[in-house]
Design a protein around this ligand. Structure first.
Ligand SMILES: Nc1nc2c(c(=O)[nH]1)N[C@@H](CN(C=O)c1ccc(C(=O)N[C@@H](CCC(=O)O)C(=O)O)cc1)CN2
Length: 285
């Protein structure tokens, strides 16, 4: 079977064109959306993602505010930058690039953010709102996955979804999104402690692999005709490797590949959250 491609690059380009119009309309009403980023340390992946975020901002007409700190920055220095962005009116939304170096307490940093400026939807208040079914900015990768499926007319309602990975940016929140009444999927969340991973993956109509383990999902685990979304990224000396083994692609009806699938959607959803936050300022909602 030749799987069809869930083309995140093309879908993200379409979303960015829509956002550019909305950013222009905001400017006409006196509000320039501005994205801040807080980046601590030298991780090449994190630097590349943050560069990408600011490139996207320039394309869409969102102002950029960058705060970079050295790898040995103290908790207090990071928190000072967060306080500064909370107070800066030019910054309508911002993110703290994760992961932070190990000596820093990421939860304390996230908690200090103004929830109304949380462009990642990772502040405890916003994650709590998601649990309660209230309006909140949504975490970018989960939101991007739902948007990618919707824009390709993939049936989510009633689907059996297997998520592999329990991280805070993807695994945990995607279960919350997909089980809302508007999505109505049934979600199994697997992780390193799951005893029968192949059994769970084999039941799934939609597989979301976000474990960061190269080639974890092999062809024999995949139900023929399933939808595969490869969210895992591991940097090796041979380049980037996803969680889905290339042979597994052959069994699927649809594949969001890595690269070019969910990653570009993560970036597009960050821009969407920033524009929406600025729109809320205009309407006062
Ligand atoms: N504060 C946050 N930190 C992290 C998040 C996040 O949503 N918020 N997610 C990831 C990193 N990330 C964005 O920050 C991200 C990851 C991957 C991509 C992407 O476009 N990937 C490409 C391939 C990678 C490459 O070319 O280097 C793709 O899949 O096509 C974008 C953003 C962890 N941290």
């Amino acid at each position: 079977m030749k799987a069809q491609i869930l083309d995140g690059k093309a879908t993200a380009a379409a979303i960015k064109a829509e956002l550019a119009v909305r950013a222009e309309a905001l400017k006409a009403r006196g509000i320039t959306p501005g994205l801040g980023t807080v980046l601590v340390g030298d991780d090449p992946g994190s630097h590349s993602y943050v560069r990408g975020k600011h490139r996207d901002c320039a394309q869409v007409g969102i102002a950029s505010i960058q705060r970079n700190l050295p790898a040995d920055a103290t908790q207090e220095q990071v928190e000072d930058v967060v306080r500064e962005l909370n107070a800066d009116p030019a910054c309508t939304g911002y993110i703290v690039q994760l992961p932070l170096p190990r000596h820093l307490d990421a939860n304390r940093v996230l908690e200090l953010m103004d929830p109304d400026k949380d462009a990642d939807g990772l502040h405890p208040t916003n994650l709590g709102r998601l649990v309660l079914g209230q309006e909140a900015p949504l975490p970018c990768t989960p939101r991007g996955i739902v948007e990618l499926l919707r824009r390709h007319d993939i049936e989510i309602n009633g689907a059996e979804v297997c998520v592999i990975g329990r991280g805070v940016t993807v695994g945990r929140p995607i279960g919350l999104l997909l089980t809302r009444r508007t999505e109505n999927a049934t979600v199994t969340l697997c992780h390193t402690g799951t005893k029968e991973l192949p059994f769970h993956v084999l039941q799934a109509d939609i597989v979301i692999a976000a474990a960061g383990v190269p080639g974890l999902i092999s062809a024999d685990m995949v139900k023929p005709g399933a939808v595969l979304l490869d969210v895992g990224i591991t940097r090796t000396e041979h380049g980037l490797v996803g969680d889905v083994h290339p042979e597994a692609y052959e069994k699927a009806a649809w594949v969001a590949p890595m690269p070019g699938g969910v990653g570009p959607m993560t970036r597009a959803m960050l821009l969407t959250n920033v524009v929406e936050a600025a729109e809320r300022q205009v309407t006062g909602l």
